[in-house]
Design a protein around this ligand. Structure first.
Ligand code: SAH
Length: 401
């Protein structure tokens, strides 16, 4: 078995079951393991610490996947871990037409592997050299455990580049998914109303076709929407707007830069029997918010759900300015007592810093802001205590006086 040895004093995070070993913590050696290989990680004194997968390209050199020295990282391990991850989701999959994240990478002990279920189809993202070289093992385990109609790969996330891997998409097994599936997002325990079905475009949509992480939050925000003029910024397929419409919002303005996303949103809202006044705007949120301010338009509730602004630590300052900009503009567009539902899906931005940015916006807008609710991922995106990096989505529902 290939191994890497840590520099003296660098073993603590791994001993606490944090799965990441960066290149700077590893002692240089002449024979380096092959990309994707299983490696043992040893302490400077030779003590066995963990076993994981090696990357020859990423600064994130090893992703540990077991802390038991008698556990091989083979096909049996993969199947067992997947089965555990699937069992965790069973309470949420109340419909055969449910959509749900089945495997969430490190947070499910499966570093580099994302599996989403959309009804009878599975979508996988293989984000590391190790997972990319195990496509066949992953496919067979999923076929056996889930009996899907088809498995589709959407490994086109930007993190693949850090692994030296090209983007990869296409059918891996079974039937190709239809262009649009109508699916129910998971129903969080305790949520009274059944979630409405949403259209998902597996092959042509963003990410794996849908933003599953916001499933529970759409219902939470909708609770404030009755009678409201709602501005849904970065709307994608209109998830927040659909829930708002079902909760009797008076008017909806949906903004997204992608016309394809707006077409999906339109199809989603077409399902409502008595739709509110709806306006679709293909544009840049940063510009549209300024235009509304110049036009003295006002809204009762604004959703800000931007894409990830922070991709690496050196972008955090610029990203902080961008978050502050849209939050400040949104506060200026809200009527006194209006509601701001503001999100960040940048894992590198802490909850604390996000809240400070929103506070900065409130100070500049001269508005008093109260946090009503703090939001995170839906429960099919568990967070490991030993791996807080897995928690990327944060949101605040605020009342802006
Ligand atoms: N709120 C959505 C998910 C948003 S994902 C949901 O609940 O499903 C982020 C969206 O922002 C994407 O649809 C992307 O097309 C859009 N986007 C990215 N940058 C943008 C910009 N500057 N202006 C408008 N839309 C943008």
């Amino acid at each position: 078995m290939a191994s890497v040895t840590l520099k003296a004093g660098r073993e603590r995070p791994l001993q606490q079951h944090h799965p990441w070993v960066f290149s700077g913590a590893i002692k240089p050696t002449r024979d380096t393991p092959q990309g994707g290989a299983v490696v043992d990680v040893l302490a400077d004194d030779g003590m066995w610490l963990a076993r994981g997968f090696y990357s020859s390209a990423s600064q994130l050199r090893v992703r540990a996947a077991t802390w038991q020295d008698d556990e091989p990282l083979d096909a049996t391990w993969l199947r067992r871990r997947l089965a555990q991850a699937l069992a965790l989701r069973t309470p949420f999959l109340v419909h055969s037409t449910s959509a749900c994240r089945l495997a969430f990478s490190e947070s499910d002990g499966l570093p580099g592997l994302i599996v989403d279920r959309y009804g009878s189809f599975l979508v996988v993202q293989l984000l590391t050299q190790a997972m990319a070289s195990r496509t066949h093992e992953i496919t067979s385990a999923l076929v056996e455990l889930e009996e899907p109609d088809g498995i589709y790969e959407r490994s086109d996330a930007d993190v693949r580049a850090k692994e030296g891997l090209p983007a990869q998409e296409g059918l891996l097994w079974g039937d190709a998914p239809p262009a649009q599936l109508r699916l129910r997002p998971l129903q969080p325990p305790g949520m009274a109303n059944e979630p409405p079905p949403l259209l998902v475009d597996i092959a042509g949509g963003q990410k794996t076709g849908h933003y599953l992480d916001q499933a529970a939050n759409r219902a939470r925000v909708a609770a404030y929407c009755a009678g409201a003029r709602v501005l849904d910024c970065f709307c994608y397929s209109g998830g927040f707007s659909l829930y708002a419409a079902l909760n009797r919002a008076a008017a909806l303005t949906l903004v997204d830069s992608s016309p394809t996303a707006l077409a999906l949103a339109r199809a989603n809202l077409a399902m409502i029997d008595t739709p509110p006044l709806v306006e679709y705007v293909a544009g840049n949120v940063f510009h549209e918010l300024r235009r509304y301010r110049a036009e003295h338009r006002r809204f009762d509730l604004i959703v800000l759900d931007p894409p990830k602004f922070v991709h690496s630590q050196n972008q955090s300052e610029r990203a902080a300015r961008a978050y502050k900009d849209i939050n400040l503009l949104a506060m200026q567009l809200l009527v006194p007592g209006g509601i701001l539902a503001t999100f960040s899906c940048s894992g590198l931005l802490s909850n604390d810093l996000f809240q400070k940015i929103v506070f900065g916006a409130a100070l500049d807008a001269h508005r008093e802001v109260q946090i009503m609710e703090r939001l995170g991922h839906a429960p099919d995106h568990p967070v490991l205590l030993s791996f807080p990096e897995g928690e990327y989505l944060k949101g605040l529902i605020c009342r802006v006086a």
